[in-house]
Design a protein around this ligand. Structure first.
Ligand code: PMP
Length: 304
């Protein structure tokens, strides 16, 4: 059983996680009409009475936008306040992942977003490495990333994760660790829950927002750090074949952090990954608040 944090925020109150349960008739369960966030926190290595959350402001804003796309007005500052209280209630002692969720909470049938009750809950789980930091093998999925004209890709809409689920299972059941999805134009889009980067001739290249990607917060962090380090950064369409001949390929995501890719389909990538290693190290230092330049990315929460 996963290690859930003991207290959940549910129906406007903090209650034991085990008691935060929903009816089988909950609208969002049937129609995928929810949206979630996902953010990481760690106990502050420099202060036992403090927890550090990474880029809480951007996560709250993205979830508020997701809620807007579901016809639900949930301001980012309300999300931020609830998450802060949630951490104070739970006082986590190990690294963790928070899952705030907005959804159509009313009971009943008929897919719609109007005239249906909405709600917001938060729970947490202890989380170490989600993917191996040593590197993962990726399959190019037979499933295609959705398009914004059929589903709002600027939100983390729960129903969209059927495609990620199909792609991940297809990859794992055929012997790979992770899936990379192409979009409907055949260009590289993203992995099942991470953005994709390649390194060629010393430059970092990643698909732009027009490639049907999620606006990843780790992606934004990686691009900013890379620019600050003087590494050239290009956002442009990426072809599948570039994944095979790149000097480095890596994935970015809140759960995955910066994860090196060691193999794509049958192509093995070089074992030396200087840029991936430098970015992973830097982002780890920033999340632990060891880098004063990026202090405003780290939200310290005092536990007493
Ligand atoms: N793409 C998808 C489909 C995701 O689920 C995630 C994880 N939230 C990402 C990309 C990476 O986003 P972030 O860095 O904000 O976690």
């Amino acid at each position: 059983m996963d290690n859930f944090l003991p207290i959940a925020y549910f129906k406007n109150q903090f209650i034991p996680f085990e008691q935060a349960n929903l009816s089988i008739a909950t609208h969002a369960l049937h129609y995928g009409t929810g949206a979630f966030g996902g953010l990481r926190g760690i106990p502050d290595p420099a202060n036992p009475n403090q927890v550090l959350l990474f880029r809480l402001d951007l996560h709250a804003k993205r979830l508020s936008n997701s809620a807007k796309l579901l016809n639900f007005d949930l301001p980012a500052d309300k999300i931020q306040a609830v998450i802060t209280d949630f951490v104070k209630q739970n006082k986590p002692k190990v690294s963790f992942y928070l899952r705030p969720f907005v959804y159509t909470s009313g009971l009943g049938i008929a897919p719609r977003l109007h005239k249906i009750e909405k709600d917001f809950f938060v729970y947490g789980i202890e989380l170490g490495d989600y993917l191996s930091p040593e590197g993962v093998s990726c399959r190019i999925s037979s499933w295609c990333r959705q398009e914004d004209r059929s589903l709002p890709l600027r939100g983390k809409i729960s129903g969209a994760y059927i495609t990620s689920s199909l792609a991940k299972t297809e990859a794992v059941e055929s012997g790979f660790d992770e899936a990379i999805l192409l979009n409907s134009s055949g260009k590289v889009s993203e992995a099942s829950g991470m953005n994709v980067f390649i390194v060629r001739n010393g430059a970092i290249i990643t698909p732009g927002f027009e490639q049907d990607i999620l606006e990843g917060i780790t992606r934004d962090s990686v691009l900013t750090i890379a620019r600050d380090l003087g590494i050239p950064v290009v956002e442009r369409p990426v072809d599948k074949s570039e994944l095979f001949i790149a000097d480095e390929v890596f994935l970015s995501g809140t759960a995955a952090k910066v994860t090196p890719v060691k193999q794509v389909e049958t192509y093995h990538l070089p074992k030396e990954r200087p840029i991936t290693d430098a970015l992973r190290e830097k982002i780890t230092a920033i999340t632990e608040n060891r880098d004063s330049k990026y202090q405003d990315w780290v939200f310290p929460i005092a536990l007493d």
